[in-house]
Design a protein. Structure first.
Length: 340
């Protein structure tokens, strides 16, 4: 596996053992390649992770080996990496790592971390998200180009409600759009705003977009996964390497690139050159913080005028006030009605 190497990362030394261990056999990329990738895009991924409780998706033996999600900060984590105490929907809690230096990302890569899953909060206020994250998820029969068309309509919706989004590829077939918001609202309220956006998108693109939670109802449309805004649900950060054979990455985009650039354009080998040329195209995100009130007002109108209330949570979540039954429609139709 080769002797250990020391990498200098923004003024801090990080030890990398077994640098020649192959993590992506199809491309031949090694652990050292992964670490050097995160060195190359360090300012960008740190912008995406800075002070955020972060879950690590680890592949100690590479993409062909076993993997796991590490929510609790590793016991051997250096004392220069801070943590934040977060609470899960189950009521359990944990201390998660919160990167504040580029070296923290490379340190995590040493332990096989490919994907970084940051919470949409900062460690000084873990109960009030500062990002509204909208996940455009292609369903069977649709693809990235369909998601790109939906993303442009989403951009128009956000603009009409006084918000701005920053798009990125998921690293797969989908797109993510992040909206920086003021940290004034709870996870429940932010989720409600995401539902309102999804319903407005459904009205504008009924044949192309859906917010239906049950897969049997989605059809060949782009699913706006509003539950990605629920507490403890996270989305892979910008610049994260995704665990697929060709080592794709979640690539921040300019709006004029959406639908022109494609996910396969961005991988562990190509992103460093793009970053060297353009820098972090989302670098100005932290200069903005929008109000959710326009979307929450839209949610109130949907409920009062159209009777559109809450939608189902994921199955592992406790039952929430106002939530409809978590029974898929085909099963609900087979269940007997109340006795008369």
């Amino acid at each position: 596996m080769g002797d250990a190497v020391e990498l200098e990362v923004a003024g801090r030394s990080v030890r990398l053992s077994s640098p020649d261990k192959v993590f992506f056999p199809e491309r031949g990329f090694t652990k050292l390649d992964l670490a050097r990738y995160y060195q190359a895009v360090g300012p960008g991924i740190l912008r995406a992770l800075r002070n955020r409780p972060t879950t690590l998706e680890r592949y100690p033996e590479g993409v062909t080996g076993e993997s796991f999600f590490q929510k609790r900060a590793p016991k051997n984590m250096p004392d220069w990496i801070p943590t934040a105490h977060i609470t899960f929907p189950s009521g359990r809690s944990a201390d998660e790592m919160c990167p504040t230096e580029e070296a923290a990302v490379v340190w995590a890569a040493q332990y096989g971390t490919l994907v970084f899953h940051p919470w949409p909060v900062r460690r000084d206020d873990v109960d009030h998200p500062d990002e509204l994250r909208i996940d455009l998820d292609p369903q069977p029969g649709t693809d990235y180009d369909d998601a790109a068309r939906a993303a442009h309509e989403l951009r128009a919706v956000l603009d009409e409600y006084g918000l701005r989004g920053w798009p990125k590829t998921s690293g797969g077939r989908g797109l993510h759009v992040f909206v920086p918001i003021e940290p004034r609202w709870t996870f429940t309220q932010v989720r409600r705003a995401a539902i309102a956006v999804g319903r407005e998108m459904e009205r504008r693109m009924p044949e192309q977009v859906t917010i239906k939670w049950w897969k049997e109802e989605r059809g060949e449309r782009i699913f706006i996964d509003y539950n990605q805004t629920a507490r403890d649900r996270t989305i892979a950060s910008a610049y994260s390497v995704r665990p697929r054979p060709h080592a794709p990455v979640s690539a921040p985009l300019r709006w004029d690139e959406v639908g022109v650039a494609h996910p396969q354009d961005f991988d562990l080998a190509t992103m460093p050159a793009r970053f060297a040329e353009l820098g972090d195209v989302h670098a100005d995100m932290d200069d903005h913080a929008f109000s959710l009130e326009p979307l929450l007002e839209l949610a109130r109108r949907d409920e009062h005028e159209h009777g559109l209330g809450d939608l189902p949570y994921p199955p592992e979540y406790p039952k929430m006030p106002g939530e409809p039954r978590r029974v898929q429609p085909s099963r609900a139709r087979k269940q007997p009605g109340p006795a008369t």
